[in-house]
Design a binder for this molecule. Structure first.
Ligand code: ATP
Length: 583
């Protein structure tokens, strides 16, 4: 198995290039709106000062109206810009989340099969759905607010210095200390947020497994065990969230203490002293305090936004990790585009291992000419599914090669080969939807006639005719439950419709009633005709039809031949056959 890659830390530069820069126009509008909103918020302190020091003192009614009008205009501007900001940026952020989800899902589907073997499906769901959500803090109002807040604070600071430099100097010290506390906290938070993504994925993954395996869990009375496992996962998640909450709370409360507390109290004292001394008017002090509030509000807000942005980066780190994983088609050797194929397949001295040093298949050598049926039989764990997986290009040989029409399969573009491939697996996968949708899924644009041929070939109509909605019957949660045999026939119809040149068939072992069994035997015989078929065979009827039987023992071909030949030679196959062992 591939070694796990080190988790990449996505850089600010990468985020800027891929996420922020493409939205620059919008973000600029957002920034302008924020600055407009900030400018409007400066009107009130200015108006207050004017009111106290000029209007009231001079009893000027006309100027009083002016103050009221300007203040109302400023408040309307603030409300309007806030609304526009949310509409514009939050909606864009959600759009970006949707796009990213699509991108990550597409990427995940292009990863090699072994990735899925080693990753829980629930964990992948969490990667697609949750990890990308953080970007709303980058493109949404978060980043613009951070920038806008910073600019506002700088602007107000300038006004404050202009009003009273000494008083301002007193304010700056706690602001700087707060800045240091916040920076430290965010550095501490990022890995915790990243860990949260991982924990979330693990817990979701396990939960999905629990729900899918509910029969096994109930059957073995293992509910308590599952509950304990889930509880443990949820608790770890809770501890993680607790840690982040503590760090965030430290930032917020130090903002309150340092900015609102230390700074404001000092101002009251020093400001009061200046007024008594006569170097400051009461209006100026009130305005100074109001301006200070305008300056501090975005800084406190920034501390919250800062942690959101830290969370966004942590999510993007995890997304980036997926995006950096090599896809199965990425191998530079894969350059050959297959067109129509004859499907003459050859396994030429193929050795394969899942884990280094343990060869699961050794020196597998056989020809599977176009249109022939190769039956793979052998005891459990002998390597039959691995051979089928190699023929399906889900796996690649460690040494030796597999060729299709004399072309080395490891040089072929996977899509072009898989266009010619069909798989019918043991527990075949049906989607939630109608029977028709499930059959049409490899070729949604097939004609009604083609659908009809497939349905008849797999004897699906034998049971759908009895359903009120026929082929349009919903299966799964919202529709009828199908028997094992019926599900298999749908899977066979799907393969008939796909009309592949190479067919991988893993016959179900479940015992079916005689009627269902007969239908399946007949439809399988029809399906295999004219296709190069690799079948992990459990039915004697299939094995008899095979052009060659390969008896797999411990990753090697122990015997080969037709049913009659192998019976006559009285070897391993004969033993398996006569002892009724799992064939
Ligand atoms: N994803 C995997 N990672 C590591 N080892 C694996 C993996 N899949 C299978 N193996 C090992 O490879 C060997 C062959 O497995 P394979 O599934 O090909 O056997 P099989 O003959 O198809 O068995 P069965 O009839 O029980 O399905 C077994 O020893 C198995 O433990």
């Amino acid at each position: 198995m591939a070694k796990k890659k080190k988790l990449n830390n996505i850089t600010v530069g990468q985020v800027f290039k891929t996420i922020i820069w493409p939205k620059r126009g919008l973000l600029l509008i957002g920034l302008i709106l924020i600055l407009l909103r900030s400018a409007a918020s400066l009107v009130l302190p200015g108006a207050t000062r004017f009111l106290i020091d000029d209007v009231v003192v001079n009893k000027d009614m006309q100027k009083l109206w002016l103050v009221i009008t300007v203040t109302i205009a400023a408040i309307i501007t603030q409300a309007g810009t806030s609304f526009a900001l949310t509409r514009l940026l939050s909606v864009q952020a959600q759009k970006l989340i949707a796009q990213l989800r699509v991108k990550v899902q597409k990427k995940i589907l292009s990863l090699p099969i072994n990735y899925f073997d080693s990753t829980k499906s629930g964990a992948l769901v969490s990667r697609i759905m949750t990890d990308v959500e953080g970007v709303r803090n980058l493109v949404g109002t978060g980043l613009v607010q951070l920038l806008g807040g910073l600019l506002t604070s700088i602007g107000v600071l300038y006004i404050l210095i202009d009003m009273n430099a000494k008083l301002t100097a007193f304010v700056i010290a706690p602001v700087v200390i707060f800045g240091l506390v916040a920076m430290k906290a965010f550095a501490y938070l990022r890995p915790i947020f990243r860990k949260r993504g991982q924990l979330n994925a693990e817990v979701t993954g396990r939960l999905t497994e629990t729900l899918n395996g509910v029969r096994v869990i109930k059957g073995f009375g293992a509910e308590l065990q599952e509950i304990a496992t889930f509880e443990k996962g949820v608790d770890e998640l809770y501890q993680n969230v607790k840690k982040t909450l503590t760090a965030t709370a430290i930032v917020t409360s130090s903002a309150t203490f340092l900015l609102a507390g230390v700074a404001s109290t000092g101002i009251l004292g020093i400001g009061g002293y200046y007024i008594i001394q006569g170097s400051m008017t009461p209006g100026e002090l009130v305005a100074f305090i109001a301006y200070l509030a305008v300056m501090i509000a975005p800084i406190v807000q920034m501390s919250n936004i800062g942690s959101q942005i830290t969370e966004a980066f942590a999510g993007l780190d995890r997304t980036e990790e997926i995006m950096m994983t090599a896809t199965e088609d990425e191998d530079p050797k894969r350059t050959v585009e297959l067109d129509e194929i004859q499907a003459n397949m050859v396994f030429d001295d193929v050795t394969f291992s899942y884990d280094e040093g343990v060869d699961v298949l050794k020196n597998i050598k056989f020809d599977a000419p176009s249109g022939s049926v190769t039956a793979l039989v052998g005891t459990s764990g002998s390597g039959k599914s691995t051979i089928a997986g190699l023929a399906a290009t889900f796996l690649t040989p460690k040494s030796g090669k597999i060729t299709v029409d004399d072309i080395d399969l490891s040089t072929v573009k996977l899509k072009s080969y898989r266009r010619n491939l069909g798989v019918v697996l043991q527990d075949d996968f049906l989607f939630e939807g109608t029977i028709k949708e499930n059959i049409l899924f490899p070729r949604p644009d097939a004609s009604d006639e083609e659908l009809d041929v497939a349905v008849k070939a797999a004897y699906v109509n034998e049971f759908t005719d009895r359903f009120e909605d026929g082929l349009d019957t919903l299966i799964g949660e919202r529709g009828v439950k199908l028997s094992g045999g019926q599900r298999q026939r749908i899977a066979i119809a799907r393969a008939v419709l796909a009309d592949p040149k190479v067919l991988i068939l893993d016959e179900a072992t479940s015992n079916l009633d005689t009627e269902s069994e007969t239908f399946i035997q007949k439809s399988l015989a029809g399906l295999m005709k004219g296709r190069t078929t690799f079948v992990i065979a459990h039915r004697l009827s299939t094995i008899r039809q095979a052009d060659q039987i390969l008896v797999i023992e411990d990753g090697e071909i122990a015997e080969r031949g037709t049913h009659d030949e192998l019976i006559a030679s009285e070897g391993r196959y004969y033993q398996l056959y006569t002892y009724q062992a799992r064939i």
